[in-house]
Structures are given as structure tokens and as C-alpha cells.
Design a protein around this ligand. Structure first.
Ligand code: ADP
Length: 278
């Protein structure tokens, strides 16, 4: 695997997703949600964060979730990742229906099947980069597959930073540690919550490049919540939420198309009964 190089146009060669589309092959869904609803508060203060959401997330694809602030992106991501439970509806991850799972089984499933990347990196300050990367395996008392570990560390360009602690790393390097940590146990799905939110555009571009490569080279399934049209333009598919509903679901879009779509959603007044009372 090569060292990561930031590229202005990382999408010149056709991806597996492009070929699948060309030959109308439908990859299986790794995450499937049916009829998800989630409300917060009671009475007049009720907020409908999700209203009857159905979505299938295809294997080996990068799916971006976008929408105006308050549209339900975080709520959807937390429920799809088993970090929160819906009031109604079901979520299946890699064949397991998770909404009825007991907390212990759910924790186990998250540990074994899901990788997370957060805006704020969420590394443990007292551990070195290497210790942070293998943390999911240490917690599961499993040993790393050495070839995979080396491959991931090389892919994220951290070979010479492994003994550094987070405070000794730049923001971009810390997020690359987080990407490596999310990939180390080959999760069925990797959730990225505003992964470039705390990074400058060049460093953010490197992290996006890395996520894209994890899909193209490792067949990783990635779901990324972002409000950044540039970030979402690396996705194979962009799902737009508004007022707790999926209002558009599109295949590869340019940054300008995404920007215009979001602008329209923000400008368009909510239809009767569509708005969420605050
Ligand atoms: P987004 O991520 O798109 O900004 P969220 O999923 O965070 O949207 O929120 C969707 C709606 O649910 C918003 O109206 C928000 O104010 C509300 N909401 C989210 N979390 C809570 C909570 N813990 N308590 C009350 N309301 C909440």
C-alpha cells in the first residue's frame, strides 16, 4: 500500500461502485432500517427527530448523510450504529436485528462490527498512537492480524508516529489514528460523524481521501454524516434529510449539485405538518 497523498481529484479511475452501477449489480445491504421513528420531549415540546425512515446501506459503498441543522442526521446515525434506540422501527446490522438486543449484546456487536470516527478524534491521551489504534482489539482481548495492522498503519501514513501520544500529533494525524483504529478490526460498517469538522481543508481532504481509499481498496462500507458539500462529494450516494425524513436519495453528486440541493432544502419552507416544533 502506498503512502497517503492528498489529491485534488481522487476519483479519476472507476471505482467498484461505478462498475457495479454500470452492470446494474446490487450489492447486499450491510445496514437496513425500516420505519424508524424517534421523538424527543412530550406534549407541546415534542420534537419528531425521525419520522418513518427506511434506508438500506449497501456493502462496499460510501454513503453520505446530509441535511440542514436539526434535520435528524445525528439521531439517524446514532440509531443505525446502535448508540441510541428508536421509538419505533427496526435496524439490522450485518444480519442482526439490533433494536431488541440487550445492552451487553449490543455493546459486543458495536465492538465487533462497527468502527467509529468522530469530529473530535476521541483518542485516549495516555496511550500512544499504536496503542490507540489497537484499542478495539485489546478491549476484545484479540490479537491483531499483523499484516493487516501494518497495512492499515502504512495506508494512513503513521508508520513513523506510532510511539507519539495524541498531544504530540497534529489534528490531521490524530484523525488518521482514529481512522486506523476504526479499520483495525475490519468492521462491517464504519460510521464517520463530521470527520473533517475540526480540520483545515487540506488535512480534511487527506482524511476524506483515506475514507475513500478504505472503500475502494478494502471494500469498507462507510456511512458519513457531514454538513460539508465538498466532503459529501466523495460519496457514492448522498441521502438528504429534512425534518426527520429522507427527502432526496441520489447517486454520486458534484460539490455544486450537493451545495444547491442543501440550499434548496434550507430555503424551502416546511410543508404543513412537516416542521418539528422546538
Ligand atoms: P442534526 O444532526 O441534523 O443537526 P439531530 O439529529 O441532532 O439533527 O436533531 C434532530 C432534532 O431533534 C432537532 O430538532 C433537535 O433539536 C432534536 N434533538 C436532538 N437530540 C435531542 C435531545 N437529546 N433532546 C431533545 N431534542 C433533541
Amino acid at each position: 500500500m502506498q503512502q497517503l497523498v492528498a489529491s485534488e481529484s481522487p476519483r479519476l479511475a472507476p471505482t467498484i461502485a461505478d462498475l457495479e452501477r454500470q452492470f446494474a449489480v446490487q450489492p447486499p445491504a450491510v445496514v437496513a432500517a425500516r420505519g424508524l421513528t424517534r421523538t424527543y420531549g412530550k406534549g407541546d415540546a415534542t420534537v419528531h427527530a425521525l419520522r418513518d425512515v427506511d434506508v438500506d446501506i449497501a456493502e462496499g459503498r460510501l454513503t453520505a448523510v446530509m441535511g440542514p441543522s436539526g434535520s435528524g442526521k445525528s439521531t439517524l446515525m446514532h440509531i443505525l450504529a446502535g448508540l441510541d434506540r428508536p421509538d419505533g422501527g427496526q435496524v439490522t446490522i450485518a444480519g442482526t436485528e439490533i433494536t431488541q438486543l440487550k445492552e451487553k449484546k449490543l455493546t459486543q456487536l458495536r465492538r465487533d462490527k462497527i468502527g467509529f470516527i468522530f469530529q473530535s478524534f476521541n483518542l485516549l491521551a495516555t496511550l500512544t498512537a499504536d496503542e490507540n489504534i489497537v484499542l478495539p482489539l485489546s478491549l476484545a482481548r484479540r490479537r491483531a492480524d499483523e499484516a493487516w495492522r501494518r497495512g492499515v498503519i502504512e495506508a494512513v501514513g503513521l508508520t513513523d508516529r506510532l510511539t507519539h501520544r495524541p498531544a504530540e500529533l497534529s489534528g490531521g494525524q490524530q484523525q488518521r489514528v482514529a481512522v486506523a483504529r476504526a479499520l483495525i478490526n475490519r468492521p462491517a460498517v464504519l460510521f464517520a460523524d463530521e470527520p473533517t469538522g475540526n480540520l483545515d481543508s487540506r488535512t480534511g481532504g487527506e482524511v476524506l481521501n483515506l475514507l475513500r481509499r478504505s472503500v475502494d481498496e478494502f471494500g469498507q462500507t462507510v456511512i458519513m454524516v457531514t454538513h460539508d458539500a465538498g466532503a459529501a462529494s466523495i460519496a457514492d450516494r448522498v441521502v438528504f434529510l429534512k425534518d426527520g425524513r429522507i427527502v432526496q436519495d441520489r447517486q454520486r453528486m458534484t460539490r455544486d449539485e450537493i451545495y444547491d440541493t442543501i440550499k434548496n432544502l434550507e430555503d424551502r419552507p416546511a410543508r404543513d405538518g412537516e416542521g418539528s416544533p422546538r
